[in-house]
Ligand binder design. Sequence first.
Ligand code: SAM
Length: 399
Amino acid sequence: MSDAVVTVGPVAHGGHCVARLDGQVVFVRHALPGEVVEIRVTERSKRFLRADAVQVLEPSPDRVTPPCPLAGPGLCGGCDFQHVSEEGQLTLLTDVVREQLQRLAGLDWDGRVEAVGPLLDWRTRVVWSVAENGMAGLRRHRSHDVIPVESCPIAHPDIPDVSRQLWDEPRVETIASSTGQRLLVTDASIEDDLEAQVDGVVASDGTVRAGTGTLVEEVRGRRFSVSGSGFWQVHPAAATTLVEAVLAGADVRPDDRVLDLYAGAGLFSAFLAEACAPGELVSVEGNRRASADARGNLAELPNASIVHAPVERALRRGLLGARADVVVLDPPRTGAKEAVPAIAALEPRRIVYVACDPAALARDLATFATLGYRLESLRGFALFPMTHHVECVAVLARA
Ligand SMILES: C[S@@+](CC[C@H](N)C(=O)[O-])C[C@H]1O[C@@H](n2cnc3c(N)ncnc32)[C@H](O)[C@@H]1O
């Protein structure tokens, strides 16, 4: 489509920066604030345009050469910030969190997103798409096209190599655990040599074809079983980083009653149960297999109980009791809009909100504020380097 030259404005949530072209807003990828770039418009809607920076006329000091040859205009959509230095990425993420909190919750945040480990070799779970010719790859940005990928520089080196054979399924997931196991999640038949390299093969319907289909993860000396492609934190440092941030923010006292909502396989629950003993920890998870994993992972903690139900329904039906001293929640990207009023009604002393989308977090913090909860602290973690994703841990206290 058309080419034009623009001066790039601030970063916006979603992995792009804002510019203006003939009075219209343009979301420009592969650019940095302050740069002068030539853009190619890739999409037009009534309200805005999308574009790629195809040539940089005046570069930002934060610009670097992308380590991945497939990062750039029209190429792999997996990363957003391969062209940005590490400090530059932290600044972009910080600006996004600050802007979302200000605009959606009226909160002024003067923190800075924290670096966590290296920019490359971190992704312990990769979902590959399969092209019509059977080759595994990653999707082009905002497209169903699959770009063949032999190796992805952000993928953990222990991830099984899926590039050397043809697949007859639309997607293949590869996982490497913190204890060195390798798992493949697919329905497709796999070649003997690849099967020999992995510790388990799980069909996407959950049936196990080889190995146990369960990974063992280790965090602060504690072991967790996670089945198949059940949820686990993706960055190798994420589980420990978040457990420490949650424990510090929750400030749990012995004898507290603590709820861990959207608890997955019980990562936070295990440490919270230890902290509140002899008080009670209730771990709530909606996914059947994750909930079963949590039951096993928390079996040795006599003060922990597991509720397998959607959080909103469990709260609505009073299954989680009438009060709680501390509530931890780690919802999916959509946030916890429906659950927020019911959580506040339990009148917890503290609420720790772990969020992977700062927009949903800011929206929910605004609601909590109307229900008497003020933001005490907020930390941001760059747990998805090279991408626009950022994890936040917000601590709320009763006003
Ligand atoms: C971001 S993960 C967090 C898991 C856990 N805190 C951890 O760090 O491993 C969100 C979890 O919420 C679960 N989930 C999603 N929607 C839910 C709902 N409405 N009710 C209960 N659990 C839900 C998902 O299955 C997933 O395990």
